[in-house]
Design a protein around this ligand. Sequence first.
Ligand code: SAM
Length: 301
Amino acid sequence: MPAHAPDIRVLVADDWADYALIDSGAGEKLERVGPYHFVRPEPQALWRRRADPGLWARADAVFTGSDDEEAGRWRFSRPLPDEWPLRWGDLAFLSRPTPFRHLAFFPEHSVHWRFTEERLRARARRGGGTPEVLNLFGYTGLASLAAARAGARVTHVDASKKAIGYARANQAAANLSEAPIRWIVDDAHAFVQRELRRGRRYDGIILDPPKFGRGPDGETWRLEEGLAALLSDCGRLLHEEPGERFMIATIYAVRLSVLALAQTAREAVPHEGAWEIGEMALPHQNDERLLPTAIFARWTG
Ligand SMILES: C[S@@+](CC[C@H](N)C(=O)[O-])C[C@H]1O[C@@H](n2cnc3c(N)ncnc32)[C@H](O)[C@@H]1O
């Protein structure tokens, strides 16, 4: 059989008012997050900077450190609040500088929040029961909140109690405290296997596994070792009946080609449907460049 070269898409998160990528280059990026400006390491930004160096110099905080996500620290040029409110469209949440160099949200994911909301709304238009969505490695909970406000019952799983605390704070900030979200501290794969044994099924599954992680009982997660089995168990956890079901897998910071992710994900979903694969990217505020952030494979059927 001849080889099939799939189309590789680039999904650009261009729907932010409260966030902007102002410039990048020389291994760093300059961003506006609400009223504040930050400089963070960006190993992909091998190109030249374009903005005025004075703009970079006036940032409110700079994260310095190696490429190792665990290392480094913030240097503030003026005191900032511990956290501040932001919005994606009308979804409110909280941003804050974390010791892991990020700002407690991942703006490139808005492309998948939108996709999730569209699938759920399309499904609601066709009628039927309340859709069930599973968000694995859910961290900030923004995907869970997007799904919940589009009418889903959401199960959000993260191994870290602290992360669940932040997600719940976002739920309150979003005024979605009454939304039907189960917050579960558990190992993602162990939870999926238990759900399969219990005979539960989901209409949508979102997973954003890290390169390395630990479950609450010390279970070790290593992406290259665990991804294929986790995806395939997620594929079995999808409902049998077609109709706006979806699965979204995203991967950061690992030497995995989008073709490798796509082929592994395709083999995991035992149903007919449409696949999209590619890269997620952030647009620069004032020029045509795109900053690549992660790879994805997503399915609907
Ligand atoms: C890459 S972040 C996910 C970011 C998320 N998509 C968001 O937008 O906020 C990884 C999350 O996985 C969690 N985690 C790591 N190992 C885990 C495991 N074995 N089971 C469940 N969650 C895990 C971490 O606590 C962290 O919150």
